[in-house]
Structures are given as structure tokens and as C-alpha cells.
Design a protein around this ligand. Structure first.
Ligand SMILES: *[C@@H]1O[C@H](CO)[C@@H](O)[C@H](O)[C@H]1NC(C)=O
Ligand SMILES: *[C@@H]1O[C@H](CO)[C@@H](O)[C@H](O)[C@H]1NC(C)=O
Ligand SMILES: *[C@@H]1O[C@H](CO)[C@@H](O)[C@H](O)[C@H]1NC(C)=O
Ligand SMILES: *[C@@H]1O[C@H](CO)[C@@H](O)[C@H](O)[C@H]1NC(C)=O
Length: 212
């Protein structure tokens, strides 16, 4: 195959590839069972919003008695769903998390076990919530542990390496400071600090090296 011919083929082929990559798909109608949508159409353009509500005895699978969903490249997000009014929608637990259900909602009497984020602990040792008649009962609270530490002190000419910024660090966390090039901390390039009973151990001072 000649180089010229190859170029010609690529020219023909490339626009198609570029186009296919960002072509947006329309969505098909998606009336949830046990509910209705507004507006009602056969197809919806990309980025169109529809609103839905549910018949008696049902409710949307998100907070509220009506809900919206957006057509995102051929898929509804979130998918319009009507669930039994005795079922529960997902809970938001500040500073905590739990295993999400695959269908996006929880049945009557279902329990979820909450884990608190690093540096937080369960208030009153309450770790589970239960779905009772459409609402969550005994919702666990994750409160900051008195043993955890806040963000470590900023030290001139140094950075923390190997760990992203966090507002709270768990007790016994270890962080490593590194001085920038041309600076050192008493001969060492790095120094570790530890979170002990709510305080960070002393950090380092980065001093300019004489040779620079
Ligand atoms: C798709 O990509 C092509 C080429 O990159 C660009 O010209 C066009 O504007 C894009 N279309 C959309 C809808 O983003
Ligand atoms: C989406 O629908 C519009 C209007 O009916 C149509 O022009 C367009 O070609 C459709 N797009 C796709 C990717 O099917
Ligand atoms: C369940 O909740 C509904 C309203 O949300 C209420 O009308 C009904 O009395 C409750 N049933 C029980 C057994 O608590
Ligand atoms: C931690 O710091 C606080 C205030 O800076 C101080 O009151 C407390 O005694 C310290 N705790 C420990 C274990 O050093």
C-alpha cells in the first residue's frame, strides 16, 4: 500500500472516529412501573430532564414525592423508579458510609451497618439503621473522635508526601514531611510525625543548605 493511499484512507476514517466518540445518544421513554412521567414522549434528546411521580402506595426511589431524571447519552440518571412507600431511600451519613444496595433502595425492615470515616467514631455505639415503614430508625451518628488529629501544621519549605489533604486523621496516623530541594531538616530530608491523643508530634524545620 502506498503512503499516499494510506493517508487518503486515514482522512476518510478519522472524521468518523472523532464523530463517533462524542455523538450523544437519545433516551427512550422510561415510565416507572407504579408511576408516571411528564412530559411523556417516545424519545428524549440528550440532557433532557423529565419529572416523575408515583401512584398511591408508591414513592420515588429518591427523597421527595416527585423527582427528576436527566437523559445522559442514552441512559436515564438516576433511573426513574417507584418503590413501595414502606421501602426506604438511601441515607446520607455525614462522615460515615455503608455498602450501597444494588437496586438503589432498601426494603421494609432492611438494616444497614454504618462505618465511620477515619478519625470518627459511632456516637452511643449505635452502628445500624433499620428501615421501618418508609423511614430510617436509629440513624447512627459519626462524631469526631477526641483521639483524632486535625490537619498537620504547615511548615515552610516542606510538603506532606504520600497522603492527600484530610481535615481529620485517625489516632496513630503517621505522616511524612519532605523539605524542598536545597533545604534539609537537621541533615535529614524527611521527617515523620504521629497523631497521639489528638495532637501531632513535633514537626521539622527545613533550613537552607549552605551549598545552595
Ligand atoms: C464532536 O467532535 C468534533 C471533532 O472533535 C467537533 O468538531 C464537534 O463539535 C463535537 N461535537 C459535539 C457535539 O461536541
Ligand atoms: C436524536 O433525536 C433527534 C431528533 O429526533 C435526531 O435528529 C437525532 O439524530 C437523534 N440522535 C441519535 C444519536 O439518534
Ligand atoms: C406508616 O407511615 C404512614 C405515612 O408515612 C402512616 O400513615 C402509617 O400510619 C404508618 N404505619 C405505621 C404502622 O406506623
Ligand atoms: C494536645 O494539645 C492540647 C492543646 O494544644 C493540650 O491541651 C493537650 O494536653 C495535648 N494533649 C496531649 C496528649 O499532649
Amino acid at each position: 500500500m502506498s503512503v499516499g493511499y494510506l493517508g487518503f484512507v486515514l482522512l476518510l476514517w478519522f472524521p468518523g472516529v472523532l464523530h463517533a466518540h462524542n455523538e450523544t445518544q437519545n433516551c427512550t421513554a422510561s415510565s416507572p412501573s407504579g408511576g408516571y412521567v411528564v412530559p411523556e414522549q417516545k424519545t428524549y434528546l440528550h440532557e433532557t430532564t423529565l419529572t416523575y411521580a408515583c401512584d398511591n402506595g408508591f414513592k420515588p426511589a429518591v427523597e421527595g414525592w416527585w423527582a427528576t431524571s436527566i437523559c445522559q447519552n442514552g441512559k436515564w440518571s438516576p433511573k426513574p423508579q417507584c418503590i413501595d412507600e414502606k421501602a426506604c431511600v438511601p441515607l446520607t451519613i455525614p462522615n460515615g458510609n455503608y455498602d450501597a444496595s444494588t437496586n438503589g433502595w432498601y426494603g421494609e425492615r432492611d438494616k444497614i451497618r454504618v462505618k465511620c470515616d477515619e478519625g470518627y467514631k459511632h456516637k452511643d455505639r449505635d452502628t445500624t439503621a433499620q428501615c421501618i415503614n418508609g423511614t430510617w430508625s436509629s440513624v447512627p451518628i459519626c462524631e469526631r473522635s477526641t483521639e483524632s488529629c486535625g490537619d498537620p501544621p504547615k511548615i515552610p519549605h516542606a510538603v506532606i508526601i504520600g497522603k492527600g489533604y484530610q481535615e481529620v486523621f485517625a489516632a496513630s496516623s503517621k505522616l511524612q514531611y519532605n523539605c524542598k530541594d536545597g533545604y534539609s531538616a537537621e541533615g535529614a530530608e524527611t521527617k515523620e510525625i504521629f497523631c497521639i491523643s489528638g495532637n501531632w508530634t513535633e514537626g521539622l524545620t527545613c533550613s537552607k543548605l549552605a551549598i545552595y
